[in-house]
Design a protein around this ligand. Sequence first.
Ligand SMILES: Cc1cc2nc3c(=O)[nH]c(=O)nc-3n(C[C@H](O)[C@H](O)[C@H](O)COP(=O)(O)OP(=O)(O)OC[C@H]3O[C@@H](n4cnc5c(N)ncnc54)[C@H](O)[C@@H]3O)c2cc1C
Length: 382
Amino acid sequence: MTHDAAVLKAREIASRVLAPSAGQNDKAGRFSTEAVQWLGESGLLGLLLPAELGAGLGPRTFAVVTATLAEADASVAMVYLMHILGTATISAAPPSAAQALTPILQEIAAGRHLSTLAFSEAGSRSHFWAPLSRAHRNGDGVRISAKKSWVTSAGHAQSYVVSALAPEGTGPTDSTLYLLPAGTPGLSVAGPWDGLGLRGNASAPVVLDDCEVPSDFQLTDDGAGFPAMLNVVLPLFNLGTAAVALGLCRAAVSETTSHLKSAKFEHLGQGLGESLPTLRAQLAAMQIETDGLSARIDDLIDHLEKPRETTMLRVLETKAAAGDVAISVTSTAMRVCGGSAFSKHLSIERLFRDAHAGAVMAPTGDVLREFIAKSLLGMPLF
Ligand SMILES: Cc1cc2nc3c(=O)[nH]c(=O)nc-3n(C[C@H](O)[C@H](O)[C@H](O)COP(=O)(O)OP(=O)(O)OC[C@H]3O[C@@H](n4cnc5c(N)ncnc54)[C@H](O)[C@@H]3O)c2cc1C
């Protein structure tokens, strides 16, 4: 698959499948299984898998596809993003696990397998790098009990990439990553998902009750979960959440523009945008912020394609900035569109609610700013 073909498929799915049902799914808090099916049939679930298995594409295409999906339905874009991260982690497992994992990667490439990440725990909250759960030796494999607090696609994914402290780990970040198929005995969804935003992405809690994990479903060496989180997951997660933010901003600009064109002051014989310079100025500010975020994402992609000394700094900065921009642009859209937005006659209020997830998702915007400033000051990050 080429970059252009992948983007075209994403556009088709966004306009035919996502856009018509995003509002209803948001209202009902409904997970779109049909969106996942379309993403699978189009080959987009295997986007980053190497060419011998999947589409063989990279971060540039991933960002455009994710932003395109988010412009129509950010819940589905987040499901897609978490799947891509799960897949990247499975794909990065040591060659010793290839015999067990290759059939799963083949299922992903064939569009029949959705994966996700289950890192965050009730006890360590947004500090996902410090799981409280610990894997315990069980013959060649391990047993894990854990309370995973938010897992996107919970109950819909075919597999979960799970973190737990390594059996002999001594420090708080000495974790290992494992793959748990959805049918693993002891794995269950522990509650509903009724979020403020991203209501269609089933980010419910998941409990692991003494789950058995065979050795060939271990995705990292013992204690090497943390470096995998930093090197495999973090760059793509931060890029992907920034792309979701960009899609939300673009949707907000587009809907605000059409509202300012179509809504009228009939007593003045003028459209809203035609009549009020203050609304035009705010629309322009939204556009400037959106294009600024787009340029920032392009810069991050360039850093990921050609890694250099500043790459990790860009990874941290881009998600922190994207969370703020998405909240700012959608908040302005709420104000500009006034009562029409507030009374839910437009999709702006869904965009506004969805936009608040990015900054909360770990690493949160606050934590990223802490990391950036600490690294500038030469202080240890953990
Ligand atoms: C829609 C959605 C989907 C999610 N999907 C997944 C998923 O698929 N997998 C997964 O593993 N997790 C997922 N999460 C969990 C997410 O990544 C966070 O772990 C969780 O939202 C943080 O919860 P909390 O507010 O209780 O964290 P808390 O740690 O209680 O944070 C509270 C506040 O304190 C701030 N804070 C915390 N630590 C610091 C610090 N060191 N410096 C400065 N400020 C700090 C935070 O920024 C926040 O404002 C999801 C969350 C949401 C909302």
